[in-house]
Design a protein around this ligand. Sequence first.
Ligand code: B12
Length: 340
Amino acid sequence: MCISSEPNDLSSVILRDLHSHSISPLENYALTRGELELFLRTLSVSIEINALHVFVDYALWSCSRHRHLGLQDSNIKRLIYDIVCIVKNKHAVNEKGQLVHWLNNAINAIDLNEAAEVPCMDQQAPNNIYAHSYLRLLLSGDKYNAMNVISDAANSNITIEAIYFTIIQPVMREIGRLWHTNKITVAHEHFCTATTLLCMSQFYPKIFSTPKIGRKMVATCVNGELHEMGMRMLTDVFELNGWQTIFLGANVPSDGVISMANSFSTDLLAVSTTLVANVPVTANLIQMVRQDKSCRHIKIIVGGYPFTLRGTLWQEVGADGYGESADDAIKLANSWFAPR
Ligand code: B12
């Protein structure tokens, strides 16, 4: 494993130095303290895994969000310049190598970037009529008819997997894009998430009644990670494929994950990470599982946005495998474990 389990030293050094220069995040960068911390933690992780593109991806995302809020790119660029100044003056941070060169690259990328706004829903994709109706009803706050769309899809013999991955997933990603581009509020997004989780619950009688193959999975999001729907969908697909599962949900402390893995005698631990800033916590959880004698037999699969962004990251955090989709994950798990 090459990711530090003492994460984000660099981000705390920079944060401390910004404060000691009396630079107020709110006034200078139009960022909240939480957003600034996330930005610095993403920078810190990107440096640690030596992946400039991971940081540039986040810097571009931040600028684009700023633009849609009516703010200037210069806010984020000023933050990067201030970090460059701190880095130039600080030996400890400078040891991190080509950081200044890197940050300049990020600024160039921001200058070149023409905020592409690509919708997440494809008109040609299967079941797109259901997906569009579902999105429209969610956005208009019509919970009852939104739920009816999902029930109608199920009654038309569309499989649960297809409902998840051709209707719900693209709709949730589109909702994220609409929030990012400031077309809907966080409140809209919360309503859409809550309604979607409710829609998924109607499938549980079917999901839980599939014959079991004698294999077990514990599924969790790492501590600090609130995005749970992807992991929940994946867990449901494992149940449909005969696995017994325990879904722990969002934001689970690592010692609790280990305790559940032990008491459930799990074969597989599936770990979901959406934010790059949470990669060190993921590496740390995996390290703790490896060090726990009673967990040594457990295979660990990871997934989520950072692993898609960097194809080798699953190895760097010490996992046994990675899946971009539920389909990949089930194939990999079934190649590791025969039914018993
Ligand atoms: C709903 C949502 C939230 C909800 C989550 C509620 C919940 N109960 O889950 C809340 C409001 C909490 C939230 C908060 C935030 N969010 Co949010 N959120 C979303 C949104 C709209 C949908 C997420 C979702 O359900 N997607 C659908 C699922 C099915 O897709 P998925 O998660 O990618 O999962 C699939 C794969 O990744 C993979 N997979 C996932 N995990 C695993 C694990 C394994 C083992 C395997 C094999 C595969 C696998 O398989 C899944 C199924 O196909 C996304 C938009 C998006 N593009 O996803 C933004 C999004 C992820 N959020 C974003 C942000 C920025 C935030 C906040 C920082 C906002 C803020 N300023 O507070 C916070 C961070 C909170 C935190 N600490 O985690 C950004 C991330 C940008 C980035 N580059 O990092 C996104 C992309 C929105 C956007 N377009 O800008 N969010």
